[in-house]
Design a protein around this ligand. Sequence first.
Ligand code: KIV
Length: 272
Amino acid sequence: MSAVSKDAKRMTVHTLKRMKDAGEKISMLTAYDYSMAKIIDAAGIDVILVGDSASNVMAGHETTLPITLDQMIYHATSVIRAVERSLVVVDLPFGSYQGNSELALESAIRIMKESGAHAVKLEGGSEIIESVSRILSAGVPVMGHLGLTPQSIYKFGTYTVRAKKEAEAAKLLEDAKLLEETGVFGLVMEKIPAQLATEVSKTLSIPTIGIGAGNGTDGQVLVSHDLFGITKEFHPRFLRRYATLYDIMKEAVEHYIKDVKSTDFPNEKEQY
Ligand code: KIV
């Protein structure tokens, strides 16, 4: 860790801005429960995202659409109890903000009040700008999310790279500028060409965080289950696995089963 994040006892949206200005990269990972958040926070991550990817990796849904606001608040509350230093950002789930800025404000306030989170994240650009603006007016920090926005998966049809064509790339850049002007403190860009993500990052003065967007963004985010190698079947090009926990955990369970069946567990020291 270099100076800015090392000096911060508690990460804030202002720390992230100072990190961008100092050229220090921002680390961000998802967490959805107390135990995982405790490990990730203790390791010194800058930002924890309670992502609606909980719908996939915690609940086993194919998409992020089914997760509810109540479920997001449950995950966020569990994470907040564990965190001492990281900034905790929570996704507003599908159906809790699109097309209705009053509902968006209500949803954001519920997240902040009931979970104790520090900020919310919304997917989209100009089409959700009224919601972004209304939430900001209540003093709630907002993070944007452009590129592959999984809540719109049925509009896109596939999870392939977005904004490869000029028109979509131009719209993304315009949306990024609009979000910054409206007051978001940061922007996630998912699965877009590295060159475009670099251009957006250089254009904006707020921090950008990439996932599958190359090395020119101000920080990186991954889904923690992917980083840990718990999600064995998911291997997009952008993913680097830092552990193979699926295999390690499966072996541990197989070992336990063997010991139970053979009456090796519990032994005399493991009983009262
Ligand atoms: O829900 C999530 O995990 C996300 C990240 C992929 C950025 O939005």
